[in-house]
Design a binder for this molecule. Structure first.
Ligand SMILES: [Zn+2]
Ligand SMILES: [Zn+2]
Length: 246
């Protein structure tokens, strides 16, 4: 589990100027202060405090530890920047539903500066975005996980190896059981891509982790293809987590 210190926050504050340096003045997406960066330093200080989290499932935990010790998820590690809660849920909605792929820049910077993330990216052979279905891609015009990935580690981006079957169901509003059933066999490896994955360390990127069903199923698929180590990396994690009865 992570220790929580001020070192991470002060380091992030020092680098807050990196958050989407605007070519012209713009307002903070959260507090609307103007002119500011797309997410201002004050909002980072107020809302993005690092939390003590389980390194395996990214849930906030007490000193007593996490229940996933008894029920380990099929992934080696999970990292996240913030809780999927106010004000970050609105930032995710802006990224996904407001035709705003460029807003991935500030969210990716927050992810990069979350505890353990830079080390995971440094050690990874590949950074792979969780794919969305072809239908969703047509509707949205872009994959938000790809937009995050290309800003996290463009030189390590592997974007066409992990694919998603057509018609993967909507997860919004689904129960945990339904999410797991919906995810079964949703992912597959592109022909010829297996050789790129064998014995490799992967960082698997998505915008939000709710039940964990999507991330875990994608991780299973990569593991079956021979990946040696898989770290899930998401911008936001629902506070209730994968073990909650949703
Ligand atoms: Zn602000
Ligand atoms: Zn855990």
């Amino acid at each position: 589990m992570f220790g929580v210190g001020n070192q991470w926050l002060s380091r992030l504050a020092q680098r807050a100027h990196l958050l989407t340096p605007a070519r012209w003045p713009s307002s903070c997406h959260i507090c609307k202060s103007w002119p500011r960066h797309s997410i201002c330093e004050a909002c980072i200080q107020r809302f993005a405090q690092p939390q003590l989290r389980c390194k395996t499932c990214a849930l906030k935990v007490s000193e007593l530890g996490c229940r996933c010790v008894q029920e380990p998820p099929p992934i080696d590690a999970c990292l996240c920047a913030v809780d999927y809660d106010f004000p970050w849920a609105d930032c995710v909605k802006r990224l996904k539903f407001h035709n705003s792929p460029q807003s991935a820049q500030s969210l990716a910077e927050l992810m990069r500066h979350a505890p353990w993330v830079e080390a995971a990216l440094d050690q990874a052979h590949w950074v792979i975005p969780v794919p969305i279905s072809a239908q969703r891609l047509r509707e949205r015009g872009y994959n938000q996980a790809l937009e995050l990935s290309r800003r996290l580690a463009p030189a390590k981006l592997l974007r066409h190896a992990l694919l998603r079957h057509h018609g993967a169901s909507h997860q919004v509003g689904a129960s945990r059981k339904e999410r797991l059933e919906n995810m079964a066999d949703s992912f597959w490896i592109a022909p010829g891509a297996h050789a790129q994955l064998v014995n490799q360390r992967i960082v698997l990127v998505d915008d939000v982790m709710t039940s964990g069903a999507t991330l875990f199923e994608a991780a299973r698929c990569l593991r079956q293809a021979g990946a040696a180590h898989i770290t899930g990396l998401v911008f936001a994690r629902t506070p209730s987590g994968w073990g909650a009865r949703q």
